[in-house]
Design a protein around this ligand. Structure first.
Ligand SMILES: Cc1ncc(COP(=O)(O)O)c(C=O)c1O
Length: 458
């Protein structure tokens, strides 16, 4: 019921109160609105968002099948933290991280420990907190100072690591990437490591470009540092995307728990785990690497269950969706889906490399993500930001952004190929890119410039 007496059910939707007058934006309305009217207003407002399927900026899933939708509907009212009330959902969470521990070659998955999170950011922070606490414990036991921990990582880390260092008082030590060392690769690592280093982050699928950091080479550099200094520095692999690609597409690449120095690995269930937004995972190769005093107990089937999380309440549905996909696709299904994305990425990168204007930064053969830049001297009339804007006019969201510190003079443009960008759509996209580049190349004066573009972090 509406409190407005003038309302008649026969009134056409767009002439009803609120619709006709405009919805309030910053205060909760004084009275109710009919559900159909409220729904229509929201549909109309969100209609102005970009089309998620054409959003090639995001790593996060934008498509799941109809059965997944039903699974989701059946579980979206479950709170992941209510383990006593939803013991089956809790058991499903356990099954999932154990499957991941095995997928990532934990030497003895029964000794591993893991949890779901809201995304990779929370998962990375938990990995970082475990490093910090272990380091503090060891330092205190040795009667040493614990006031200045540092974490070593590439200058191209995702913003979640900057947040971790900021929120939890850890000094970030960035190893700059360069044209010669496009990722953290162990080069010069000794210069950044000291007795206050709590760990090193290795990224499987650098956000800016999609390239893998060579975890085995980083581990070898740390072995050498240990040999000469005695410092035993652990690695956390931020596998936000790559931890769900490498096991399927590059099974021989050694990046995971096969390397003893890798204490923990995180991933986003909602990226190449193929689940809708709101899911991450973090796993420790051995429970001994997760200090017990970080773990809280919640009640579970009349007993207690350990939890380690930044959030308390969190949707359980995404965890159930992950389990659905593990069962539904199996190893072979995941392999086929990821392979298709990679085939599409390589098709697109090959097409873009053929255009005179561009030079590839990488071609999508690590994760199905690649970046390119304008060839030096190609034009003064347009930039990749102009191409981004032209493509946006056609519905495609393909960001251009500066590379991180020390390479910020280089602008790249990146495509993230996900499940749902079919070869058929990719062919249309390539055609659009060719058309827009031809249009821009035909300009006889520079495009008008807007204010400089902000950095881009996802
Ligand atoms: C390498 C890397 N780490 C962490 C994150 C953060 O992931 P999430 O959005 O799941 O919190 C991202 C996101 O793109 C990423 O690319």
């Amino acid at each position: 019921m509406t409190s407005d007496d003038s309302f008649s059910p026969a009134a056409p939707l767009f002439t009803r109160p609120v619709e006709a007058a405009g919805a309030p934006r910053h205060v909760i309305p004084a009275t109710e609105t009919l559900p159909a009217t409220a729904k229509q207003i929201i549909e109309d407002e969100t209609m102005l968002d970009g089309n998620a399927r054409l959003n090639l900026a995001t790593f996060v899933s934008t498509w799941m099948d109809d059965d997944a939708r039903q699974v989701y509907e059946a579980s979206f009212d479950k709170n992941m933290i209510d383990k006593d009330e939803y013991p089956q959902t809790a058991a499903i969470e356990d099954n999932c991280w154990r499957m991941l521990a095995n997928l990532w070659n934990a030497p003895d998955a029964a000794r591993s420990i893991g949890t779901s999170t809201i995304g990779s950011s929370e998962a990375c922070m938990l990995g970082g907190l475990a490093f910090k606490r272990r380091w503090q414990q060891a330092r205190r036991a040795a009667g040493k100072d614990t006031s200045s921990p540092n974490l070593v990582m590439s200058s191209a880390v995702q913003v979640c690591w900057e947040k971790f260092c900021n929120y939890f008082d850890v000094e970030p030590r960035y190893v700059p990437i360069s044209e010669e060392h496009k990722t953290l690769d162990g080069h010069d690592l000794a210069k950044y490591i000291d007795e206050n280093t709590i760990g090193v982050v290795a990224i499987m699928g650098v956000t800016y470009t999609g390239m893998y950091e060579p975890v085995a080479e980083i581990a070898a550099a740390l072995d050498e540092i240990q040999r000469t200094t005695g410092l035993d520095i652990p690695i956390h692999v931020d596998g936000a995307s790559g931890a769900m690609i490498a096991p399927f597409l590059q099974p021989d690449l050694v990046w995971d728990f096969r390397l003893e120095r890798v204490h923990s690995i995180s991933t986003s269930g909602h990226k190449y785990g193929l689940v809708y937004p709101g899911l991450g995972w973090v796993i420790w190769r051995d429970a001994k690497w997760l200090p017990e005093d970080l773990v809280f107990k919640v009640s579970y089937l009349g007993g207690e269950m350990p939890t380690f999380a930044l959030n308390f309440s969190r949707p359980g549905a995404q965890v159930v969706l992950q389990y659905y996909l593990f069962l539904r696709l199996g190893f072979e299904g995941y392999r086929a889906v990821q392979q298709e994305s990679q085939d599409v990425a390589k098709f697109l990168s090959a097409g873009i490399a053929k255009l005179d204007a561009f030079e590839l930064w990488n071609d999508g053969s690590d994760i199905p993500v690649f970046a390119w830049r304008l060839k030096d001297g190609h034009t003064h009339n347009w930039t990749l930001y102009d191409l981004q804007d032209r493509l946006r006019m056609r519905g495609w969201l393909i960001p251009a952004y500066p590379m991180p510190a020390d390479l910020e003079q280089i602008t790249v443009q990146r495509i993230v190929v996900r499940n749902g960008l079919s070869m058929d759509l990719a062919q249309s996209l390539l055609q659009e890119i060719e058309n827009e580049v031809a249009y821009l190349d035909n300009l006889d004066a520079p495009m008008p410039r807007e204010a400089s573009h902000a950095a881009f972090h996802h």
